[in-house]
Design a protein around this ligand. Structure first.
Ligand SMILES: *Cc1c(COP(=O)(O)O)cnc(C)c1O
Length: 400
């Protein structure tokens, strides 16, 4: 069989790939900076970054060089053997955060699975007879699609076809500290929260909420887990989204942008949690291998530079302010922080996403009425201007 890849790729996809995704109507072939190109050589300004993944955009020379050189040297050896890129990445992550140790895996869901397992292990090591099995998570939260992560992701469309899920999960309204206080108690093992919710509509946790959760976890000796899979790594203008609250978790999960587009996940833990973990407790064949770790070392070094983070703050504010200045009757609210922006619309977000393709703009939604803008963090002011012009035209076309 000879395969001509496009436009036949569309037909092959339809015939052979399990239809779990609603695909955009084009085949992407390459990217450069903040632009993507399709098989018909149309150019798109990318405000999605592969769902908040491609923080350094496309074709970053240092990232490409690190990946190419490491690929030629050593791609994979399993975690039975030590490789320097992983050890260096762990050291960097700890130096730049509250954490003392890191577990590496391959995705956000896996990082949250690890977090739940590590929390359980810690609880059984420290409260062996207490029946301390409860997990607390929040409305509009998203933690992934594996059974454990799905169990703390309260969306009927995602959960209902796959029951039974993990027991002892309680969902509390996001940002409602009083409700959390009624639920978090001696039976609580762990509390999972996104400091800025992504998939659920770009909702920012208030500092008081995160501080209150910290206090409740301390009072009841429960493990506080911050899921920074989407909002971490500079996305909100600080390296970690929780920095804005002044509190630290016991475990933080990372994934999406950490290796600049290669698959990686990480669970960062403090010394208290780490002390409960022994050889054999958890594992991953691929997790944190030399190829992805080499990429992540480049990405982390770049993003943790204060000047880079300041750029995210400035460009993010320009994009948010510009969206508000459109004064479109279709825009109900602009929210978010840094370059993690939610635009609540009076019309279906997917209509705007579809119209964006025709205007050379790639965007994603976060729920039915929220447009989510999570561009590469290297976005410049000129790109902000282009995005605002195109989005303004789209909103005018669609809604008047
Ligand atoms: C995307 C996401 C996940 C799941 O990550 P996968 O790599 O798709 O498994 C978990 N938590 C948050 C906050 C996310 O945005």
């Amino acid at each position: 069989m000879t395969l001509t890849l496009t436009p036949a790729a569309l037909e092959l996809d339809t015939q052979y790939v399990l239809p779990t995704y609603a695909r955009a109507p084009f085949v992407l072939t390459h990217g450069e900076g903040v632009y993507l190109y399709d098989a018909e050589d149309r150019r798109y300004l990318d405000l999605a970054a592969g769902i908040a993944v491609n923080a350094l955009g496309y074709g970053d020379p240092a990232l490409v060089a690190a990946i190419s050189q490491q690929a030629a040297r050593l791609i994979h050896v399993s975690n039975l053997y030590l490789t320097a890129p992983q050890a260096e990445l762990a050291a960097r992550l700890c130096a730049l955060s509250f954490a003392d140790k890191v577990f590496f895996c391959n995705s956000g869901a896996e990082a949250n699975e690890a977090a739940i397992k590590l929390a359980r292990k810690w609880v059984y090591a420290n409260h062996p007879d207490a029946g301390k099995t409860g997990l607390v998570a929040f409305s509009n939260g998203f933690h992934g699609r594996t059974i454990g992560a799905l169990s703390v992701t309260p969306r009927a469309r995602y959960q209902d076809p796959f029951r039974p899920l993990l027991p002892d999960v309680t969902i509390v309204p996001f940002n409602d500290l009083d409700a959390a206080a009624q639920v978090i108690g001696p039976q609580t093992c762990a509390v999972l929260v996104e400091p800025v919710q992504g998939e659920g509509g770009v909702h920012v946790a208030t500092p008081e909420f995160l501080r209150g959760l910290r206090a409740l976890c301390d009072a009841h000796d429960a493990v506080l887990i911050f899921d920074e899979v989407q909002c971490g790594m500079g996305r909100t203008g600080t390296l970690w989204a929780h920095e804005a609250s002044g509190v630290t978790p016991d475990i933080m999960t990372l994934a999406k942008p950490l290796a600049g587009g290669l698959p990686i996940g990480a669970a960062l833990v403090n010394a208290r949690i780490a002390a409960a973990i022994e050889i054999g407790d958890h594992g991953s064949t691929f997790g944190g291998g030399p190829l992805v770790a080499s990429a992540a070392n480049v990405v982390l070094a770049r993003i943790s530079d204060p000047a880079f983070l300041q750029h995210v703050v400035v460009v993010g504010a320009a994009l948010r302010d510009g969206l508000a200045a459109l004064r479109s009757p279709q825009i109900v609210q602009v929210r978010g922080r840094g370059l993690m922006i939610g635009v609540e619309l009076a019309i279906p977000a997917d209509d705007v996403v579809a119209a964006g393709y025709a205007h050379g703009l790639i965007m994603i939604s976060a729920g039915p009425n929220v447009l989510r803008l999570v561009p590469p963090l290297i976005l410049q002011q000129a790109h902000v201007d282009e995005a605002l012009e195109k989005l303004g035209a789209i909103l005018e076309d669609i809604g008047g």
